[in-house]
Design a protein around this ligand. Structure first.
Ligand code: CMC
Length: 440
């Protein structure tokens, strides 16, 4: 018997099957042969929320959640955050290798020359209500780009794909900044090609019309660059899965990215950074932390910014963000919310509830505190996550399209509804008792 196999005995029939292990996994389709008879569909795997199912093979990001390890294309996140710029890491994630000097120059130049957006997109954004959530504006505007670039439908053409990648990586900061300016009622600021990716973003956010040129603070620009590096990819998370799933139907990358961004907006995913700040506001002071922890333990609320599906150890990104916070606070002054966050972490990390469930701070726990100190309002936090994650989504999308094993994503279900029943005319229908759980 070959070693890399599993033997499965079907106790219904007494039959045994030997199935190969593929890189430590069972291929779910190999279970289909296990049947009780010719009319039996065969065994499926059942895995709500993909708790133990690999949906793809990927060479982009490696995570060891027990050890708290995160690597992009093999490089530790700590080294990349210390030594690289965001666009350098974006190149690595998208194309597999760190760029040479000339490759980086060309890449930065091309991205920089795709930062402008069509004037009609500006008009489109003007249509949003003054208090529209920037994440809603971001998602909708990214989807709207699809109508401006119909050539993006050529998803099997590598050159076209590359062009859409340049456009998206170039334009997401512009759209994010315009969403921000719109919410403040300020005029939009055109991109400045003499600035770096994050400096230009800061200029589009904060340049005042009377200023001839925006002078970004180098410490804050670097901090933003590091935060972008940390958020650039995280393998098969909810939004990457949305990107791959929508992309698998051969939808264009703009609508697929919009779908991924929509997934990111949820409070259990990227929306957690905004939720953390709202939670810290609600707690109000360090004295109230123990009572809040009790509320969490009683199951009334979740400790936002804590816990992760994959990390059962300290999220390595949270550690780097904590260090970055010190640099930022030297410029902006200390955000008083940090004390509440540190106290939450201190108590949680020694409390049986959190220890036994292996709940540690995740990337969203400290990022909002830095963003707020830099001057962002909480509703912008998830947009700040979406800008760099666009790179990860696009890398996942490319990889999915080039993987010969991938097809349209289409899970199975276990049907639990009615068996066959026949139409009942209106006059013969009787009311039904509505179960408590379905009452609205
Ligand atoms: N506060 C309190 N209890 C928690 C928390 C939390 N933040 N997270 C998990 N738990 C408990 C949960 O109640 C459950 O307890 P029990 O076994 O008694 O029912 C246990 O821990 C396992 O939780 P789960 O919900 O089954 O775990 P999951 O892998 O499905 O969820 C998560 C992961 C990130 C959605 C969850 O930890 C959570 O809701 N955290 C708060 C939101 C958050 O910070 N999200 C950002 C995630 S990192 C960045 C990103 O993805 O964008």
């Amino acid at each position: 018997m070959p070693e890399d196999t599993l033997t499965i005995t079907d106790n219904r029939t007494g039959k045994s099957y030997t199935v190969p292990l593929f890189k430590g996994a069972v291929r779910a389709m190999d279970l289909r042969q296990i049947k009780t008879g010719p009319d039996d569909f065969g065994v499926m795997s059942y895995d709500p929320a993909f708790m133990n199912t690999a949906s793809c093979q990927s060479a982009i990001t490696f995570i060891d959640g027990d050890k708290g390890i995160l690597r992009y294309r093999g490089y530790p996140i700590e080294e990349l955050a210390e030594k690289c710029t965001f666009l350098e890491v974006a190149y690595l994630i998208l194309f597999g290798e760190l760029p040479t000097e000339s490759e980086l120059r060309e890449w930065v130049d091309k991205v920089t020359h795709h930062t402008m957006i069509h004037e009609n997109i500006k008009k489109f954004m003007d249509g949003f209500h003054h208090d529209a959530h920037p994440m809603g504006m971001f998602v909708s505007t990214i989807a709207a780009l699809s109508t401006f670039y119909p050539d993006a439908k050529n998803i099997h053409d590598r050159h076209s794909r590359h062009l859409q990648i340049l456009r998206l990586v170039g334009k997401v900061p512009t759209i994010a900044a315009y969403a921000y300016r719109h919410s403040l009622g300020l005029p939009y600021v055109y991109p400045d090609n003499s600035l770096s990716y994050t400096e230009n973003f800061m200029s589009m956010l904060w340049k005042m019309p009377a200023e001839p040129k925006y002078e970004p603070n180098p410490v804050l620009a670097r901090a933003l660059d590091i935060l972008f590096i940390l958020h650039a990819d995280h393998e098969q998370n909810c939004s990457a899965n949305a990107m791959r799933s929508v992309g698998s139907a051969h939808a264009d990358p703009y609508v697929a990215t919009a779908a991924a961004a929509a997934a990111l907006s949820g409070p259990l995913h990227g929306g957690a950074n905004e939720a953390v700040l709202r939670m810290l506001d609600e707690i109000g002071s360090v004295d109230n932390v123990p009572a809040y922890i009790e509320k969490v333990k009683a199951g009334h609320v979740r400790l936002m910014g804590f816990g992760h599906r994959i990390y059962k150890n300290y999220d390595p990104r949270a550690r780097i963000i904590k260090q970055t916070a010190d640099e930022v606070f030297k410029v902006t002054g200390r955000n008083p919310k940090l004390d509440i966050a540190l106290e939450l972490e201190r108590i949680a990390l020694q409390d049986e509830y959190f220890v036994s469930r292996k709940l540690y701070p995740n990337v969203d726990f400290y990022s909002g505190i830095i963003y707020q100190a830099m001057g962002f309002t909480p509703d912008m936090f998830t947009v700040l996550f979406a800008i760099p994650r666009t790179v990860g989504w696009l890398a996942q999308w490319q990889e999915m399209l080039e993987d010969p094993e991938q097809k349209i994503a289409r899970p199975r279900q276990i049907y639990i509804g009615h068996g066959l029943r026949h139409f009942v005319p209106m006059k013969d229908r009787t009311g039904r008792e509505v179960p408590e759980t379905q009452k609205v």
